[in-house]
Structure formats: C-alpha cells, structure tokens
Write a protein that binds this ligand. Structure first.
Ligand code: HEM
Length: 393
C-alpha cells in the first residue's frame, strides 16, 4: 500500500464485517476494552502520537507544491487520486466547486428568493453584508469611539480648568417647585433605561476589542449574550419612555429669540448674563436631539428586533448602521447632559430628585422663569416639595 492511500481521507471498509473470533480471544478482547476504556484518552499525548499511523518524515506527496511553498513534513493530507482526477484543488480552496459566476452576480447585487421555512426575509445570501461590516467596524465604531473619548476628555478638561459652576450668590435657603412627580418619574425611567441600553449596546459594539483581552472569550460570550437579551428587553420599554418624555417635556421646549441670544453668549461664558425661560438653549437642543435620535433608535431597533417587519433583510443592515450611529451620537450628548446635571453645576440635580431648586439658582440660570415663579419661593422645603409633587410647578 502506497503512502497516498494511507494519507487519503477515504475510509476503506472490508466487505464482510462478520468475523468469527475464538471464544478465549473474544473474552480477552472484552477485558482489554473494559480496562482501557476507563483511561482518559489524550490524542496529543506522546503515546498516542507515537502509536498513530504517520508517514515517514521523508514521505513524498503526489502533487507538486505551488512555487515558493515548501511541503510540510509529517501529517500532510493529500487528496486521493480519484478526487484529484475530478479536478479538486488541494489547500482548502473550492477549486472546480467554486461557482465564480454565481458569486460575481451576487457581488453585483443579484438577489433571489429563499426556500427557507423560517419567517426570515430574503435574500439570505447577499454581498451587502461585507459593506455593512466595513462601515460598522471601520467608520461607526472607530469614529464613534473617538467621539465618546473626545467628549469625556473635553468635559474632564473643562472641569479641571473651570471647576464646578457654583451658585454665585450662594444658597438662599428658599426653594421654588420646579419638576412635578410625573416629570421626575418619566425622566428617571427614561434615564435608567437609557443607561442600561447604552452599557449593553457598547458591550456589543466594542466588547470584542475591549473585553476579550481582559476577561477572555468565554466570559465575554456570557456577557455579550446577557447584553443582547437585556438590550432586546429594555429597547421596547425605552420606546414607551421616549413617547412619554416627548409629551411630558414638550411644553416649554419651543425655541424663542432669547434662546439664540443665550447661545451667542455661550450660556453666559462670554458676553455677560444670558437670559432663559424654564429651559435654556442647551436644554432645548438636548430635548429635540434626544427626540430625533430616540425616534431613529426606536424605528431601527424595531427592524433589528423584528426583522420580518422589513420586506427584505437589506433593511436590517441599514437599520443596524443607523442604530449604532444614532446611539453613539445620543450617548455623546447624554454624557454632556449628565455632566452638567451632576458634577458640572451646583444646585441642578435637586430639581430632578426633590422637585425643588434654590431661589438663587433659579435667578442665576433661568431668570425669565424665576420672574414668573418668585412668589412661590419659600423656606418651608416640605411644602415646596409637596407642591412640586402635586404638579404646581
Ligand atoms: C444619569 C442620567 C441623567 C441625569 C443625572 C440627568 C439630570 C437631569 C437634570 C438635573 C435635569 C434638570 C435640569 C434643569 O433643572 O433645568 C434634567 C432634565 C432633563 N433631562 Fe436629564 N438626566 C439624565 C439622563 C437623561 C436622559 C437619558 C434623557 C433623555 C433620554 C434626559 C432628558 C432630560 C430632559 C428632556 C430634561 C428636561 C430639560 C429639557 O427639556 O432639556 N435626561 N436631567
């Protein structure tokens, strides 16, 4: 028998499997099987390798290697002559089984229908997935990642240089009702969902690069799976939250001339005091930005979660790009909003927690709104909080 036959992947079976064994020999064989089968088998142990059938180191192969390629010694797998006669090409290539004209057409946009019994839209095979991966990994992930790092970096720098924006005239001790209980519940419901979706979404987008080197593939697999499940669960709830957000905060978020003056003065950083009603230009911009991106995220998210909603599965590809892009833009803006609502500005957060703000904070940041509400200023915080909860804001 030549080496070629030994190396072939074909299994040669004897025609007659019924071999009569002497009784004593059969007993010994059974004993041998029972005793050896409880030994752990390591296919790469030196014993296993030594006992495996291997070609001698100087074995020759029956196909000349391509120019510049040195044939490896040892366990080289060579196609059998039958298969080579059929035109198969060694080296894991499709050879004569490659339907190049078919794939060329697919690459040029040819589509067909699928016989799949699953409720998934056609075409299952298309070339646009490559473009999708290219745009997602080379543009959206890369620029989105730098955008988030850039925004966080600018805010850290801003904080280090300017510090926290204080209530310049100090706290007055008197408070004014600012946000009703409904407004606060809707705000925090949306905010918590947004943070959960952001964290799980970022794990899905960047985890492959950031987490696998830290925690390994298995732990990342569990993490990614949990992220996917929670993202799919919280996504539809976020849509409900955004609709509620729109209706609850719409009043007072229409742009007025004074808002553009506020923007030109950089919110008071240059050009003197910048006047504002209940919401300033930055807040109004955030509201509309969140609504526009929220709608984009919701629609694209629905297509991703329920792909059969789209007539063709090219829509989920576009939806995936729109979803990731809109999410990164919204997270970038949200980082700014969260910064100014917490460490960035003294006296801001309590409006969204207790429902009331200090009178001096109101005068310094929302003077036009303050003028309308200064009668309500009281040093009785409990009364003011009850008024706020009841919706008298
Ligand atoms: C931890 C996360 C968040 C914090 C700490 C936070 C904090 C605040 C604070 C303190 C205010 C009151 C500002 C004022 O009195 O003028 C506010 C208002 C608001 N927040 Fe947030 N927020 C967070 C997340 C979000 C998210 C994720 C959204 C939207 C998806 C959002 C949308 C709004 C809106 C619409 C307002 C009303 C002001 C406006 O119309 O712009 N917030 N937030």
């Amino acid at each position: 028998m030549g080496h070629t036959a030994l190396l072939s992947s074909r299994i040669i079976r004897p025609d007659n499997w019924s071999i009569q064994l002497p009784k004593g020999f059969a007993g010994a064989l059974l004993f041998l099987i029972l005793t050896t089968s409880f030994q752990p088998f390591d296919p790469f142990s030196s014993a296993a390798l030594a006992s495996s059938v291997r070609p001698p180191a100087n074995a020759t192969v029956n196909t000349p290697p391509p120019p510049g390629v040195t044939p490896s010694k040892g366990l080289t797998r060579v196609p059998s002559p039958d298969r080579l006669r059929g035109g198969e090409v060694p080296g894991n290539t499709l050879g004569n089984r490659s339907q190049s004209s078919f794939w060329k057409s697919v690459r040029q946009g040819m589509m067909g229908s699928s016989d799949s019994t699953q409720s998934f839209p056609s075409p299952l095979i298309q070339s646009q997935g490559q473009d999708w991966r290219n745009v997602r990994n080379n543009y959206i992930s890369r620029f989105g990642g730098w955008l988030l790092i850039g925004v966080a970096g600018v805010l850290v720098l801003f904080y280090l240089i300017r510090g926290r924006i204080p209530i310049k005239s100090g706290r007055s001790g008197k408070v004014i009702p600012r946000f009703s209980l409904t407004e606060r519940v809707v705000h925090w419901f949306t905010a918590v969902l947004f943070i959960l979706l952001s964290v799980s979404g970022l794990i899905l987008l960047f985890g492959k690069y950031l987490l696998i080197p830290l925690i390994g593939k298995s732990a990342f697999g569990a993490f990614a799976s949990a992220s996917m499940q929670s993202h799919n669960l919280f996504g539809p709830l976020f849509i409900i939250a955004m609709v509620a957000m729109f209706f609850v905060f719409l009043k007072g978020n229409g742009f007025k001339l004074v808002d553009f003056k506020w923007a030109l003065k950089g919110g008071g950083f240059f050009g003197g005091h910048a006047s504002a009603h209940r919401y300033n230009f930055g807040e109004k911009a955030w509201f509309w930005w969140a609504i526009i991106l929220g709608v984009t995220l919701s629609l694209s998210g629905l297509v991703l979660e329920f792909p059969w909603l789209a007539g063709t599965n090219l829509w989920p590809l576009l939806a995936g790009l729109a979803h990731a892009g809109a999410a990164l833009l919204m997270i970038a803006f949200a980082i700014g909003h969260i910064y100014i609502g917490t460490v960035g500005m003294e006296g801001s957060l309590e409006g969204m927690t207790r429902g009331t703000v200090d009178e001096n904070w109101a005068r310094e940041h929302h003077d036009l709104w303050y003028e309308e509400h200064k009668k309500e200023a009281t040093s009785n915080h409990q009364t003011a909080e009850a008024e706020a909860a009841g919706g008298n804001v």
